[in-house]
Design a protein around this ligand. Structure first.
Ligand SMILES: NC(=O)c1ccc[n+]([C@@H]2O[C@H](COP(=O)([O-])OP(=O)(O)OC[C@H]3O[C@@H](n4cnc5c(N)ncnc54)[C@H](O)[C@@H]3O)[C@@H](O)[C@H]2O)c1
Length: 125
């Protein structure tokens, strides 16, 4: 079976543990990680594992349906809007944009408890 091809936008507090889990999954192909800063932990982790990094998340949009899921964990409305707009304009009905609540849900399921947020709603370790 084909691996699930995934890109991550936002290599901070939410993106990094998620990236770590995805890198450990044999059925996932992490095609790239985007962040504005090379120093963010997920960017460092990606480089260490020879995963492509970029400052331009639209690189992933331009790859069209070669990417199955773009995980947007920036928390930045403009990023989400730009991705949605591109997929609509280009007629890409394949690629899914996955947002941070789903990321938190998946991490919580794998840990058996709700992993929280530095923004004060729930406790994150
Ligand atoms: N940290 C948590 O535990 C947690 C839990 C639940 C929900 N969330 C939500 O997840 C989202 C992200 O939170 P976080 O704590 O990971 O924040 P964070 O600041 O640690 O990470 C966000 C990253 O996105 C990057 N970014 C911003 N604009 C970008 C752009 N244009 N292109 C590429 N990268 C860009 C930033 O450089 C940063 O590294 C927020 O919406 C937050 O509310 C976070």
């Amino acid at each position: 079976m084909k691996k699930i091809r995934i890109a991550i936008v936002g290599a901070g507090e939410t993106g990094t543990p998620l990236l770590r889990q995805l890198l450990d999954a044999s059925f996932v192909d992490v095609v790239g990680v985007a962040d504005l800063s090379d120093e963010q932990p997920g960017m460092v982790l990606a480089r260490g594992r020879d995963i492509r990094t970029t400052h331009d998340f639209m690189d992933f949009a331009r790859q069209g349906d070669a990417i199955d899921i773009v995980i947007d964990v920036t928390g930045v409305t403009k990023v989400r809007d730009a991705l949605r707009h591109h997929y609509q304009e280009s007629g890409n009905t394949h690629t899914i944009i996955m947002h941070e609540l789903i990321a938190v849900l998946l991490m919580s399921l794998s840990q058996g408890r709700l992993v929280g947020t530095k923004h004060g709603q729930v406790d994150y370790r």
